[in-house]
Ligand binder design. Structure first.
Ligand code: FAD
Length: 287
């Protein structure tokens, strides 16, 4: 099923994210996690591509397994180090696996590379142009706190609009921990003529110290209420899990209450986190 059709339904959409195994790592633990996540009946599950060292070739295989579990899959695809031929062959592999949805991303350079190989796709918009009209439902990424490479929010939104005009059907946001930042961003997008559905990305934090470091690097704002939780429970995994699930649940309920109909949970192959959040939302989804 195409994600644009899922998002057009009245019922709120809650989706999950998983990452495939790293090169040479076994598939079974990831498949187990996917099968458990599928039991929560998310609207769709997205599968990352090459992020944090996971093997790119495994994205199509895991996306195919997601669909075998009865859940529509969204396959991520990055283009910064790709060639036209490699993109065509990835698209063919996804088609053969029965995948209908692709999240078009630029990706980032590997740590040891200073610049991308010449002649490749420089921005996600180039990938959107390459895949537009190929039958896939296309999504892209957006950044409520501005992409770290872009000095001005206005320019970042202009680039997003260009990406949408090239053929995106929806966009998913980077994680944020203060819903007001998301509401202000959404209003700005609408003012700038970006009218596609915007899926709010929510990260349930279960490792406090790690997230504090990631946020420092990416510039994601940590509200003092959130910082206090990380300071107090960051070294206590069970307590941090309780607090992280509660914080994410609160964010999601606030989003739904304010009319946001699509939430993507960065579940990171952790079924227990998804199960607890979905149980908290049991009487909320559908009202
Ligand atoms: P782009 O849309 O190309 O934007 C990147 C930067 O270039 C921005 O600063 C933008 O303002 C600027 N820009 C865009 N167009 C132009 C233009 N025409 N001229 C000048 N500047 C321009 N990474 C992975 O490796 N694998 C994944 O699976 C993955 N999944 C993700 C999922 C989500 C929801 C998000 C939010 C991010 C994900 N990422 C993933 C990370 C992503 O690859 C990085 O954030 C990357 O730095 C930017 O990707 P993009 O697609 O947003 O790039």
């Amino acid at each position: 099923m195409k994600i644009k059709d899922i998002l057009a339904q009245e019922r709120p959409s809650v989706s999950f994210e998983v990452f495939p195994p790293r090169k040479d790592a076994p598939f079974e633990p990831v498949k187990d996690a996917v099968a458990q996540l599928a039991q929560e009946r998310p609207s769709f599950m997205s599968v990352t591509y090459g992020a944090s060292g996971n093997a790119q070739a495994n994205t199509a295989a895991i996306a195919s397994f997601v669909q075998a579990c009865g859940v529509p899959a969204l396959a991520h695809l990055t283009c910064l180090t790709a060639t036209r031929e490699s993109i065509e062959s990835e698209a063919d592999a996804l088609r053969r696996a029965g995948i209908e949805n692709v999240l078009c991303l630029r990706g980032d350079l590997p740590k040891d590379a200073s610049e991308p190989p010449p002649g490749n796709f420089s921005h996600a918009v180039d990938l959107v142009r390459a895949l537009h009209g190929s039958g896939f439902c296309l999504g892209g990424a957006c950044y409520p706190e501005c992409h770290p490479d872009c000095p001005h929010m206005e320019d970042d939104i202009r680039h997003l609009r260009e990406k949408v005009e090239a053929g995106l059907d929806f966009v998913t946001t980077q994680m944020f921990f203060d819903n007001n930042i998301f509401y202000r961003y959404l209003a700005k997008l609408r003012d700038h003529g970006v009218t596609v559905p915007v899926i709010a990305g929510i990260m349930p934090v279960t490792n406090g110290k790690q997230i504090a470091r990631i946020c420092r690097l990416s510039g994601t704002y940590l509200p003092s209420r959130f910082k206090a939780i990380v300071d107090r429970y960051g070294d206590h995994p069970a307590a941090m899990l309780d607090a992280g699930v509660a914080y994410a649940t609160e964010q999601i309920i606030d989003l739904f209450a304010n009319g946001i109909n699509a939430v993507h949970i960065y579940t990171m192959n952790k079924p227990e986190v998804a199960t607890r959040i979905m149980s908290n939302l049991h009487n909320i989804i559908g009202h």
